[in-house]
Design a protein around this ligand. Structure first.
Ligand code: NDP
Length: 456
């Protein structure tokens, strides 16, 4: 359905997400040559800013991106800021009344404040077409995600709720769909019959980077695996879709996520956790995680998590999907690695190591490499390994630009549907509980290493 969004109301406009990611992405989106979007930007936050302070905020944020002066001036001509307590019914009413319809409400707020704001909105009447944009984490477990979904359902229809997943932009999602379903080659072997294992990895070199307030209460499993990597799993493992649109895609993702569970249905053995200790990354000295400002060691927060997921259906039963994400690691890695089963037979006379074929789908920048065995250059009877690789179409916008485009165009392709958000918690809740109960040891790894030495 196409809706006409007349305004983008940024709740939490003075926060980090707004300044560093949303405002620059908004500028870049409007700057696109073919952009016909006419959207008024309204900022709301706790800060007592006057018009000049807000304009300066917009100007400096746009300056971090490539936004033309023409776009900047046209935004500045209409934008305004209102100091507000976004949990107050009165303040919300006055904000929404002042926004050209239909407004898109972007909750760039701490999660508990978002819930309080949505609760207050129950006492207002919202203009037709009002769209909600909610950030991660969406709830803190299955139960709280379900009750937040229920609250939202009382406010706006589900297709007007965007639960943001900026990890995979529109282009990466479409690239994955293209590789899988625009080729005869892959689909017939895309199953437990031919695939040995799937590794979905997001390793960062970044450390805590002063984000203890959020991260120390979340950890790697909640921050990355629960919210983002399970979405990548769903795209990788879903059944073929009839159409590359939001409805088919979200149905297919929900279906496969419903079949997921911790490996062997055992939340204790399915996951591993670890925390970085002192080390160095590219000549940068990194302190022990527990010595980082704002970290409370008693929380026992992991900075590296691994979860093996089993997909309990005909296509995937028995094939492990290993999801791993961590901070302060030696190298940055953002990819899905599909490892095929070993050959049933190598013709006698061919020598060398017939390593199982691997398909590597890197994300941001998107690339694919099919690693296969061929005859060697010196002796054709000795196998050699080559990678057939190519870049995939890069996105025209940064990830948050694609998120905002989906919001303003009323296309929920990138948005996580309510039932799916609950399913992701259902998969990880028992693992998080086992960790809270200390049934799984907290391993350690030196910052700048590949992780604990006994994790292969
Ligand atoms: P911040 O704490 O930096 O910003 C939140 C903003 O909300 C602050 O400006 C705060 O104002 C304001 N605020 C809090 N309570 C109220 C209130 N009652 N009325 C009005 N304003 C209020 O958080 P982030 O921007 O980092 O994060 C926002 C959301 O985005 C979170 O859900 C986070 O998980 C998510 N996110 C953030 C990312 C990031 O890189 N920052 C990345 C991905 C997701 P004040 O400080 O004055 O209280």
């Amino acid at each position: 359905m196409t809706r006409s969004i007349g305004s983008l109301l940024l709740l939490g406009a003075s926060g980090d997400l707004s300044g560093r990611l949303l405002l620059p992405a908004f500028g870049e989106l409007l700057d696109q040559q073919d952009s016909r979007r006419d959207v008024v930007l309204v900022g709301a936050g706790a800060e007592d800013w006057d018009a000049d302070a807000w304009q300066e905020r917009v100007r400096t944020s746009f300056a971090t991106a490539e936004v033309s002066d023409e776009t900047l001036q046209s935004v500045l001509a209409k934008t305004r800021y209102q100091q507000a307590d976004v949990t107050s019914v009165q303040d919300l009413k006055s904000l929404i009344d002042s926004c050209p319809p239909a407004p898109a409400l972007y909750f760039a707020l701490p999660p508990s404040v978002t819930v309080a704001a949505c609760t207050a909105l129950q006492q207002t009447s919202l203009p037709a077409g009002t769209t909600f944009v909610l950030e991660k984490p969406f709830g803190t477990n299955q139960e709280s995600a379900a009750s937040l979904n229920q609250l939202l359902a009382e406010l706006v229809p589900e297709d007007q709720v965007h639960r943001v997943d900026h990890f995979l932009g529109r282009s990466s999602v479409l690239n994955l769909i293209g590789v899988r379903f625009a080729n005869r080659l892959f689909e017939p072997v895309w199953s437990n019959e031919h695939i040995e294992r799937v590794d979905i990895v997001f390793d960062e070199q970044l450390t805590l980077e002063n984000r203890a307030r959020y991260y120390d209460g979340a950890g790697a499993l909640m921050d990355m695996i629960q919210s983002h990597l399970l979405q990548v799993l769903a795209l990788t493992a879903m059944e073929p879709i009839a159409a590359a649109n939001a409805m088919d895609l979200r149905d297919a993702k929900a279906q496969v996520l419903r079949a997921c569970r911790p490996w062997n249905n055992d939340p204790v053995s399915a996951g591993r956790r670890a925390r970085y200790t002192r080390g160095s990354i590219d000549d940068r000295e990194v302190p022990d995680y527990t010595a980082e400002p704002g970290v409370d060691p008693a929380r026992n927060t992991e900075t590296l998590a691994e979860l093996i997921v089993e997909i309990d259906n005909w296509r995937w039963s028995g094939t492990p999907f290993r999801l791993r994400s961590g901070k302060a690691l030696r190298e940055r890695r953002k990819e899905t690695l599909i490892t095929f089963k070993p050959l049933p037979h190598l013709p006698t006379g061919l020598n060398g190591n017939a390593i199982p074929d691997q398909l590597r789908l890197s994300m941001g920048p998107d690339r694919m490499a099919l690693e296969i065995n061929v005859n060697g250059p010196q002796d054709p009877l000795i196998l050699d390994r080559v990678a057939l690789d190519t870049d995939l179409t890069p996105g025209r916008l940064p990830a948050y630009g694609e998120v905002l485009a989906g919001v303003l165009d009323g296309d929920p392709l990138l948005s996580v549907r309510g039932d799916t958000a609950e399913q992701c918690w259902r998969i990880t809740d028992p693992v998080l509980q086992a960790w809270r109960d200390n049934k799984v040891p907290m391993d350690e790894y030196a910052a700048g290493s590949d992780g604990p030495s006994d994790w292969s």
